[in-house]
Design a protein around this ligand. Structure first.
Ligand code: PMP
Length: 464
């Protein structure tokens, strides 16, 4: 239920005024949050002007804020909730485990089942090691690749996100010129060889001119789950290039794993990396990550293998690695992924959603476009006014970094407009679809988009 009617919305002076009228309790809580946490938030993606929403409850593909407003949820737990909020099998598994203990400081049966499910689903997973987050998984992947090859640098792609640790902060959303992000050691930043996504020539040049490359790391469906799209033929090129130079190919499947298909992007495209990093859906909506891959590379974590080979084992600890609660949720989630069509369902819904939203844009005469693949969608508002037909657009045709450049203020207004109309998505107007979004939600999302465009057209000082 929304607090403002369409008439009240139309009678408001601005989009921000509408948002404020709807969300008094969030505004009050944010004032307190500001005095306790930098920007009042715990993740940069949750920053929002004039203030973010505070959510009290989720169910299926919907959630409610603390003022009682209901939203269709396309944040989907940053992509972790392929099965939606409160899936009964997961709730039951976690409750059952909660009563038995949340941490044994030891090994337990569920972590073995969990690793076996990863092995069963992910083609590259000869061995699995759990971490507490996707960020930790990419950190460990680099260490393994460096130790395995005895080399230090790695190739990554502009706009691809691999977590927030020092090695990957250069070249994700800034520092594309190789400059050093605050707080990062220059020698750490200088190990990054940055290329544009899809740029085979740059990758070849790096490999030909530098014998010190340990790894190539890529988000296999493109930066930020395809916000910055990637031609899949590039994956084959990377596989061949890495093979030829004995470089470790790492697919970061933290978001695509168990989502694009039960076996991730690698199963869909039939290209097997040497190492895979996992997270999100892996742990069924609780925290968790994993690295999976070739037995010889993963063997560096193995006491017996390392001793036999006469080399120092790679160190890896972590209090919450494979913890029983995450394992319970993860096993329940992966069993559903393995035995049902949840990935296909989410993919189909999202394709229909993208199409329906593009029909709205075409109807409204806007040269914006909603694009994406699998269960992801993104909006490009075309600031340079290219000739674009929303219903016939190839995102690969645009530069992979241009397509993510929208006007920040406009995007914030669109986000507020969608919230006022009962839809929550990211500040970039992107989202992750779950397997429980249905056609009622699709219809409501389309209506919300149409209403939002109406609000933008009435917004003082804005022309679209
Ligand atoms: N890699 C990718 C591709 C991701 O999408 C994310 C999370 N958005 C991460 C790594 C980092 O995972 P986490 O947030 O669990 O640390």
């Amino acid at each position: 239920m929304m607090m403002l009617s369409q008439t009240e919305i139309e009678n408001s002076a601005s989009i921000e005024e509408c948002y404020r009228k709807n969300t008094h309790s969030s505004e009050r809580l944010y004032t307190q949050a500001l005095t306790a946490m930098p920007s009042g938030i715990t993740h940069d993606l949750r920053w929002q002007t004039p203030y973010p929403l505070y959510v009290s409850r989720g169910e299926g593909c919907r959630k409610w804020d603390i003022d009682g407003n209901e939203y269709i949820d396309y944040l989907s737990g940053h992509g972790a909730l392929l099965l939606g909020h409160g899936r009964p099998e997961l709730v039951e598994a976690v409750q059952h485990q909660l009563e038995r203990g949340t941490h044994f400081g030891g090994n337990h049966e569920l972590e073995v089942r969990w690793a076996q499910l990863v092995q069963q689903l992910i083609p590259s997973a000869e061995r699995v090691r759990f971490t507490a987050s996707g960020t930790e998984a990419t950190l460990l992947a680099l260490r393994l690749a460096r130790a395995h090859t005895g080399r230090s640098k790695f190739i990554r792609f502009a706009g691809h996100f691999h977590g927030w640790h020092d090695h990957f902060v250069t070249g994700y959303s800034s520092h594309f010129d190789g400059s050093v992000a605050p707080g990062v050691l220059p020698e750490v930043a200088s190990a990054t060889l940055l290329a544009n996504p899809g740029d085979e020539e740059s990758v070849n040049k790096y490999i030909d001119s530098d014998p010190d490359i340990a790894a190539i790391v890529v988000e296999p469906t493109g930066g930020h789950f395809g916000s910055s799209p990637l031609d899949p033929s590039f994956l084959k090129f990377l596989r061949d290039a890495a093979n030829a130079a004995n470089i470790v190919l790492i697919f970061d499947e933290v978001v695509t794993g168990f989502r694009v298909s039960p076996g991730g992007a690698q199963a869909h495209y039939n290209i097997v990396p040497d190492l895979t990093t996992l997270g999100k859906i892996l742990a069924g909506g609780l925290n968790g990550g994993a690295i999976a891959g070739r037995a010889d590379i993963m063997g560096q974590l193995d006491f017996a293998v390392s001793a036999n080979e006469g080399r120092e084992k790679i160190a890896h600890a972590g209090t919450f690695n494979g913890n029983p609660l995450s394992a319970a949720a993860g096993v329940a989630a992966l069993q559903i992924v393995a035995t049902t069509d949840v990935c296909d369902k989410a993919n189909r819904y999202c394709a229909d959603l993208r199409h329906a939203l593009n029909e709205v844009l075409a109807d409204e005469g806007l040269t914006w476009v909603v694009y994406g693949e699998f269960s992801g969608f993104n909006l490009f508002t075309n600031p340079k006014e290219h000739e674009i037909s929303p219903l016939d657009f190839d995102p690969i045709a645009l530069h992979p970094l241009e397509i993510v450049q929208n006007d920040t203020k406009l995007m914030m207004l669109i986000r507020l407009g969608m919230l006022i109309n009962g839809v929550d998505l990211t500040p970039r107007f992107s989202g992750w679809v779950s397997a429980v979004h249905g056609y009622e939600e699709l219809h409501s999302t389309v209506t919300a988009f149409r209403n939002t465009i109406g609000m933008l057209r009435r917004e003082p000082g804005l022309t679209i």
